[in-house]
Design a protein around this ligand. Structure first.
Ligand SMILES: [Zn+2]
Length: 378
């Protein structure tokens, strides 16, 4: 899948040296809803190929760009190129093309799809790559820039997962930063996530003669009672408090308005702290729902924050903000699987991600770039 061919010259080149907020806007104007990343990947690749110090590999709509300076330490800066679909509500600002609230490009709040998740982060990566060798000084750490497709969809399609399979050797490193939105704080590691189905079985009968059957939905009541009564844990891992969640997220049962249901399935989602493996998380659910038929349908391990690693510690010190735990599952877990400690650090409020009014302040993007520039130079 590796292509060393020259990119399409008809693409308008991205100017990586313009103000990073304006660069963000330019990237946001290229629609890249998951599955439709090629145009943006082409533009990113073309721009990166203007930086002669970078060694570039393209795989599908993902790109790895590495410095090869022989420094003792290597950091990975990673971000996804895709976004969730555009808003369906007419007049929503979180769409393509972008809108500057002030009417002045580069000033104030920038609205559009990917504003927080995560084209500001991608713009910061690109600006860092372009500026690294300016002024004749080479960075003290080697850097691997990773841009990938299909983050916002099923895990099997993940562009990062594909890069790990096809080019795992190019993803070695001491520390990884994912530029997902964290509002400028450092969020370490992430909770794991797993899904289960708890099934009850009854006997169908006409509801006019209910005593001839047995109601599977009623039989599921204790499952819901135990879940509702469960007090989720808060677990300290490497100095950060990870708050867990255990919830019924869907329930399915019954066939008709006059039939006693013979089957009921309760779908359960357990977000577990990164001190547990998926198997240990499963044991928690099985113990709570003892006596019920429970099947695990999905699981992804969490990631320990790894903030005691020297590269991570120096990064946290340079940013100067108190690190926080990450509750949602992110691709830091993929780096964790490779044995690379990873944190999230990026511009924009994560709570605005995927919303119809997705937006980011231009200064938040600039601040993120300055923090990373200072750390890489230091
Ligand atoms: Zn994201």
């Amino acid at each position: 899948m590796t292509a060393e061919t020259a990119p399409d010259s008809s693409i308008l080149p991205l100017d990586l040296r313009q103000d990073v907020a304006l660069l963000t806007a330019a990237i946001m104007d290229i629609n890249s809803v998951s599955g439709n990343e090629t145009e943006l990947a082409d533009a990113v690749e073309a721009a990166l190929r203007t930086i002669p110090e970078l060694h570039i590999v393209r795989d599908g709509d993902a790109i790895i760009a590495r410095t090869e300076l022989g420094n003792p330490e290597r950091v990975i800066l990673a971000g996804h190129l895709d976004t969730v679909p555009l808003p369906l509500t007419e007049g929503s600002l979180g769409t393509v093309p972008i809108t500057w609230e002030s009417g002045v490009p580069g000033q104030g709040v920038l609205y559009g799809r990917g504003a927080t998740d995560m084209k500001g982060g991608v713009a910061v990566q690109l600006a860092l790559a372009a500026g690294m060798f300016d002024g004749g000084t080479a960075p003290k750490r080697d850097v691997t820039f990773v841009f990938y497709d299909h983050e916002e969809v099923e895990a099997v399609k993940s562009g990062l997962g594909r890069l790990v399979r096809n080019h795992g050797n190019l993803l070695d490193g001491d520390f990884a930063i994912l530029l997902e939105p964290t509002d400028g704080t450092v969020e370490g590691g992430c909770n794991g996530t797993s899904r289960f189905e708890a099934t009850t079985v009854g006997e169908a009968a006409h509801s006019a003669r209910a005593w001839m059957g047995s109601n599977a939905i009623h039989a599921a009541a204790p499952i819901l009672e135990r879940l509702a009564a469960y007090q989720p844990l808060t677990v300290n891992v490497d100095g950060l408090d990870y708050r867990e969640s255990l919830n019924a997220v869907r329930i399915n049962g019954g066939t008709a308005g006059n039939v006693i249901p013979d089957k009921c399935v309760v779908e359960i989602n357990y977000r577990f702290a990164p001190d547990k493996t998926p198997d240990q998380a499963e044991a928690v659910v099985r113990e709570l729902l003892e006596g019920f038929d429970v099947v695990r349908t999905d699981a992804a391990a969490g990631a320990r924050p790894g903030l005691q690693h020297p590269a991570a510690a120096s990064f946290v010190a340079a940013v100067g903000a108190e690190p926080k735990p990450k509750y949602g599952w992110t691709d830091v877990a993929r780096f964790s699987e490779l044995g690379i400690p990873a944190v999230n650090f990026g511009p924009g409020d994560p709570l605005l991600a995927h919303k119809d009014n997705e937006h980011v302040h231009a200064d938040a993007i600039r601040k993120c770039l300055q923090a990373l520039q200072a750390w890489l130079a230091g």
